[in-house]
Design a protein around this ligand. Structure first.
Ligand code: PMP
Length: 278
């Protein structure tokens, strides 16, 4: 593992964040998580574009630095010596005496490169359990911001209930998971929440859309209710680190026959061919 902080590569355990860092003080920043397979970052361009969009949305002007970030990430991967790893990169509004107003200081960049969090293979093989939880987040969930308190509280609630993920519900409809996008399959068609300010435009979601197109599986971006999810033939969640993960139980009830579904499995197989073709 390796870490980077404002111009220097450091040991992961090095204490490099000053107290007056705005990410630390206010959560005033944005981030990305990128999965690296066999030394190659997966959909790096898409992650960088989302990073820039998130930054623009919080008025952090970093668009000219896109290639610097790209080089930094590639250098970090190289320096880590790891081939299967997760890159975490965080950009904040910088280091300045605590004050809500924007300071006139350079942005702060930190990064870690660590071995990929290996998901217990049993989870993918047998599927995971989930709960529903009210979506108590703010109005701009399309920004990948450092403010993750509602996500953390909901994820912990899921864990305390013996489940892997909390599926968030706002105004009677499923939005997304605490750190994943949510999909249901009904009558051979994949449904997922349409992109809006209420959800993060997942990079894995993008890959699933492409996989569905390749397999001629209809991909429908339409809202669905918790009840529709419970009655679905198959359910799965996606994220950079868990890829495509079947959900087989919701609120203590079995979904379909309680086993990962065939369409979910074929989408995962197609997804893996994208990784191999890197
Ligand atoms: N929604 C939220 C709230 C997330 O935190 C994540 C994971 N970063 C996702 C969706 C999935 O996005 P991605 O596929 O880009 O990891």
């Amino acid at each position: 593992s390796i870490a980077y902080s404002n111009g220097q590569f450091v040991d992961l355990n090095e204490p490099v964040i000053p107290v007056e860092e705005r990410g630390h003080q206010f959560g005033d920043g944005v981030y990305e998580v990128i999965r690296v397979y066999q030394g190659k970052p997966f959909m790096l361009k898409e992650h960088l574009e989302r990073l820039i969009r998130s930054a623009q949305a919080i008025k952090l002007p970093i668009e000219e630095r896109l290639t610097d970030y790209e080089h930094l990430i590639l250098k970090g991967i190289e320096k880590s010596g790891l081939s299967d790893c997760d890159v975490y990169i965080q950009i904040t509004r910088g280091i300045s005496p605590r004050n809500h107003l924007f300071p006139d200081v350079p942005v702060s960049t930190t990064m870690t490169v660590k071995p990929s969090k290996m998901l217990n293979p049993e989870l993918r093989e047998h599927g995971v359990k989930a709960i529903f939880h009210p979506d108590e987040r703010w109005a701009n969930c399309y920004i990948k911001s450092l403010n993750l308190l509602p996500n953390i509280l909901s994820k912990q609630a899921a864990h305390d209930a013996g489940c892997f993920e909390a599926i968030l519900v706002r105004d009677g409809f499923v939005t997304e998971g605490t750190s994943s996008n949510v999909f249901i399959i009904q009558d051979g068609k994949v449904y997922t929440t349409p992109l809006s300010k209420q959800i993060l435009p997942g990079i894995t979601r993008m890959a699933v859309k492409k996989a569905a197109e390749n397999l001629d599986i209809p991909f429908i971006e339409e809202k669905f209710t918790p009840e529709q999810l419970k009655q679905a033939d198959e359910v799965f969640i996606t994220s950079t680190t868990s890829e495509i993960l079947p959900v087989v139980h919701i609120e203590g009830e079995q979904i379909g026959d309680g086993k990962p579904g065939e369409i979910t499995k074929s989408l995962y197989k197609e997804f893996k061919t994208f990784i191999k073709s890197l």
